[in-house]
Ligand binder design. Sequence first.
Ligand SMILES: C[S@@+](CC[C@H](N)C(=O)[O-])C[C@H]1O[C@@H](n2cnc3c(N)ncnc32)[C@H](O)[C@@H]1O
Length: 218
Amino acid sequence: MSRDSKAAFYALAAPLMRVNAYLYRTFRAPRRTSMKVHLGPGQKNYLNGWINVDANMFSAKCDLWVDLRQRLPFINETVAAFYSHHVIEHLPDLDGHFRDVFRCLKPGGVYRVGGPNGDASIDRFLKGDIDWFSTFPDRHNSCGGRLDNYIMCRGEHLHLLTNNYLTELLTTAGFQVIGLYLPTKETSNVELFGQCLATEWESTFDAPHTIIIEALKP
Ligand SMILES: C[S@@+](CC[C@H](N)C(=O)[O-])C[C@H]1O[C@@H](n2cnc3c(N)ncnc32)[C@H](O)[C@@H]1O
């Protein structure tokens, strides 16, 4: 989807998603439960047994059609685990996102969150390691062009995700950071997140492309 089509889609669909979220929250959202919620699964990463939430009804497979820029449609303290992978860098209000996830989680619940690794990409740029970067979405031959690809993704990404920035946002929201996992494929809680690990595509383990953090609601 081009940037203009995407903007048009969100302009048209956001009010409808707001209504859908309201109806779900009012009539369907479980009140006593330990559900697991996967934010932004896309097409391939749908997780069975989770509530998969996405806005893009054309490209994603989801159970709940909701705009993650809006308030999540879950009752306070009803979610045991949230998972998002390469999603939060698309959201304008990261601070609000973490506070809302915190609201929905039960005490003892965990958020596993990952996105483009700002720390590793800056390190690789400074080392001139052009091969660490891909040529997606634009074909650049310079390390700087590829860094721009990776961090900004032609304007699709709104944030640079680094360890200490994510830690600041999570702790401000009330979380306790329990794991900074480099590489991916590791978790503090296999029972909750074991299924997620199989969908993560990390290939470089000394400078992972994805930064992953797990944070607990005390
Ligand atoms: C880059 S894809 C990541 C897909 C998958 N999690 C993965 O790791 O391959 C980002 C996903 O987040 C979803 N997304 C982005 N912004 C969203 C929003 N405001 N509301 C709901 N879903 C959103 C997109 O539709 C897409 O499915």
